[in-house]
Design a protein around this ligand. Structure first.
Ligand code: 6GU
Length: 229
């Protein structure tokens, strides 16, 4: 799986790429992440990547030419074009089904914006898939791009250890329940006991308890998930 990130702030990604799971996946050659600075594709004397909106109003708009030329340069480095994703609050809201769709591609280009938005001609020329990570405001698409990288690589074979298979996660496949309550040692802490059934070694009873716990929590916290079933 390969990601080409297009951003004005590549440094935001560096610490993230060095965290253990992702670092191991990169070292094993399962994942590759290339950072591209959109500012390298400016022509103006002052390297402007943004400008005031025509018609007036607050804020600055990402200019069309550096973005289009950066995307074209990244695409032309390969024979097959990668799938272009634009991170924007105006996009389709990311959920696990969307993540599974993105994971079908060999190569994703993640286009991050800053400022008030993108010049509309970027959309018209590049026809990206537009994705939002939720109904709240971010300063830019960089954190959203990291969310995409993290959710997609969890589906790449070999990235997670066996003991942590993504197939058993909440929201994976047809399963839409929240995870059951988990406990580890000690058996008692400040008077709070681990449920006795989990200590008993009766695997059928444990499985039954977990299913019930999972359903109850989903019902209490995320009724909307049960209603979707
Ligand atoms: Cl993808 N970008 C920005 N700027 N804000 C967002 C977002 C993306 N998703 C939610 N809010």
């Amino acid at each position: 799986m390969r990601f080409d990130v297009l951003t004005l702030f590549p440094d935001i990604f560096r610490g993230y790429l060095e965290q253990s799971l992702l670092k191991r996946a990169i070292e094993a050659g399962r994942v590759e992440v290339r950072l591209n600075n959109i500012r390298d594709w400016t022509h103006s004397k002052h390297n402007n990547v943004d400008d005031r909106p025509f018609g007036g109003g607050p804020g600055m708009v990402m200019k069309v030419d550096p973005v289009v030329e950066c995307v074209e340069a990244v695409q032309s480095a390969h024979t097959e074009p990668g799938h272009l994703v634009m991170l924007t609050p105006q996009g389709r809201r990311l959920d696990q089904a969307a993540v599974e769709g993105l994971a079908q591609h060999q190569r994703l280009l993640l286009l991050c914006g800053r400022y008030e938005g993108f010049d509309e001609r970027i959309r018209l020329i590049l026809r990206p898939e537009e994705i939002s990570i939720g109904d709240y405001v971010l300063n830019g698409g960089e954190v959203a791009a990291m969310v995409i990288i993290e959710t997609v690589i969890r589906l790449v074979p070999g990235v997670l250890g066996d003991e942590d298979s993504s197939a058993s996660d909440s929201f994976s496949g047809s399963r839409r329940w929240l995870e059951w309550a988990q406990y580890t040692r000690p058996r008692e802490y400040r008077g709070h006991q681990v449920p006795a059934v989990l200590l008993g070694g009766n695997h059928q009873a444990i499985q039954q308890w977990r299913e019930e716990n999972s359903r109850e929590r989903t019902c209490q916290r995320r009724r909307d998930l049960l209603d979707q079933e």
